[in-house]
Ligand binder design. Structure first.
Ligand SMILES: Cc1ncc(COP(=O)(O)O)c(C=O)c1O
Length: 500
């Protein structure tokens, strides 16, 4: 071993904060990773290195032991110490460990490619909430103080048990509160054993699609429909059959004709997403009959049915199911706030054991403390009070939007009648929705082109989907003026997009 070779391997710095052993370890490892010593090369013995560096043999021995344990060095009996042929980081010696632009990954899965093609549920313009953002409740009216009080009380009194992994189905107190709520308000009956707390509807939809479907199974999807459900189906490897919807909701006969042997149907019966109408009773019964005959599951997404302006909320499809076909997916994203990431499933009772066993493999429950705070919020009556206040607020906000649309966009934008939920659909005349979307975004207004929610099962309708839940009535006028200007600009044949 020459002094030069030792120098290439390790340079000791007496001022360094690391100890000598660590410096020797770092130096040899770096020399290997940078290709200064190649796989298979012999390196000085710990004794020779100790002598060259002027350190104790124990120091070099301990560094070498660490490098051997990690797989950088290997010994051959009687022949000394060598750089391993298989490096632990999987890095060929001499290569930079950072990925480069030319790094070749293994091919991406077909699912990730297909998922990237599912359109987004809402295209947000960067920055704070603005008219007419889709899917946002009235966050300005949320009783933050009450929530904070409950949250700090829960955090202050947290027990060591609550710091552990919680029950995989969710906190019992929350599941009990959910049973009370759905039995009183959603027109169905269930027991606490059927309730699974999930991290929002999206997690519930993914869980059910993954557990109920095998890759390649057919699934009905409303067309137009909710992109979040489409993603969950794509991620589960389902083959999607887009089924048209009409004024009565999903066209069950068309579904049976196109894909009668499907294994699952995804529906939004209380408030079709995005068109807004409820599914009629005859259609609900036809869907359940088809599901029983075909041996299929029905996934009911009941995302914002609480808000039926001027009328009582419609009972859910789950309440009509006598055959154990329907899995109900509920969410607190619209009734409370989306970042809470809490929703729930009502599973048929005979699915309960399987679901409990299979769930930990692919899903986690939301944090226990948030679940406890939500249970308190519901148990102390705040949830019910908040819903009552929100029904009034949303009716006002909806009316403000409709009035301003009539005033400023009449003749081009006709708002449809269904009076449920937190968004409206308006038909556009004489101008393409995708152009209006672009012009509106350039003016800081968020609208969704209705055609973006279609996936080929039926002819796309030209229109706009406008959220009003998060838009204060006094902001509607300004938003609608900007939208009217956007529509006007989109109608001009060679209009260029004006950036704000
Ligand atoms: C049809 C539909 N389902 C569910 C949700 C709620 O999803 P999550 O509970 O994952 O926030 C939304 C939100 O916009 C929705 O539009």
């Amino acid at each position: 071993m020459t002094g030069l070779a030792t120098d290439l391997l390790v340079r000791l710095d007496p001022q360094a904060s690391e100890g000598l052993q660590q410096q020797i370890y770092n130096g040899v490892r770096k020399a290997i990773l940078e290709g200064i010593v190649r796989p298979g090369a012999r390196i000085p013995s710990s004794r020779a290195l100790a002598a060259d560096l002027g350190v104790s043999r124990t120091t070099t021995l301990l560094a070498f032991e660490q490098l051997m344990a990690e797989g950088y060095l290997a010994t051959r009996h009687g022949s000394g110490t060598f750089v391993s042929h298989e490096l632990p980081d999987g890095l060929p010696a001499g290569r930079d460990s950072r990925p480069t632009r030319t790094t070749k990954h293994p091919p991406l899965s077909r699912r990730i490619v297909a998922l990237a093609e599912v359109p987004a549920s809402a295209r947000r313009v960067a920055g704070p909430p603005r008219p007419f953002r889709l899917g946002v409740p009235a966050l300005d009216l949320f009783p933050v103080q009450i929530w904070s009080r409950l949250a700090s009380s829960r955090t202050r009194s947290v027990t060591s048990v609550q710091l552990d992994y919680g029950p995989s189905m969710g906190l019992l107190a929350l599941r009990e509160a959910i049973v009370d709520y759905v039995c009183a308000s959603r027109g169905t009956k269930c027991t606490v054993d059927q309730i699974h707390v999930v991290a929002g509807s999206q997690s519930g939809l993914s869980l059910m699609c993954n557990l109920l479907l095998d890759p390649g199974d057919r699934a009905w999807m409303e067309d137009p429909g909710y992109p979040g459900a489409r993603s969950a189906l794509v991620a589960a490897g389902a083959r999607i059959s887009p089924i048209p919807v009409d004024a009565d909701g999903l066209d069950v006969e068309a579904g049976a004709r196109r894909a009668g042997g499907a294994r699952l149907a995804y529906v939004t019966p209380s408030h079709q997403f995005p068109l807004g109408m409820p599914m009629s009773l005859p259609r609900r019964l036809a869907l359940l009959r088809w599901a029983s005959a075909a041996g299929a599951w029905v996934v009911e997404d009941d995302y914002d049915s609480e808000f039926r302006h001027g009328e009582r909320p419609l009972p859910c499809l789950h309440g009509l199911d006598v055959d154990g076909r329907v899995v109900y997916v509920g969410s607190f994203s619209k009734t409370l706030f989306p970042s809470l990431r809490i929703g729930f499933l009502i599973a048929p009772s005979d699915l309960h054991d399987r679901l409990r066993e299979a769930r930990p493999a692919g899903d986690v429950v939301p944090p226990m403390i948030e679940q406890a705070v939500l249970a308190d919020f519901m148990g102390k009556g705040h949830f019910e009070r908040h819903l009552r206040r929100m029904r009034v607020a949303y009716q006002e906000r909806r009316e403000a939007l409709v009035a301003q649309a009539e005033r400023l966009c009449s003749g081009v934008l006709r708002i449809r009648a269904p009076r449920t939920g937190l968004h409206v659909v308006g038909d556009l005349d004489g101008v393409r929705d995708s152009r209006v979307f672009e012009e509106a975004a350039a003016r800081g207004v968020e609208v969704m082109p209705l055609s973006a929610f279609y996936s080929g099962g039926s002819k796309a309708t030209n229109g706009l989907v406008l959220g009003f839940g998060g838009v204060r009535s006094d902001a509607v006028r300004g938003g609608m003026e900007a939208l009217a200007a956007a529509i006007e600009a989109a109608r001009r044949p060679s209009a260029s997009i004006r950036r704000p």
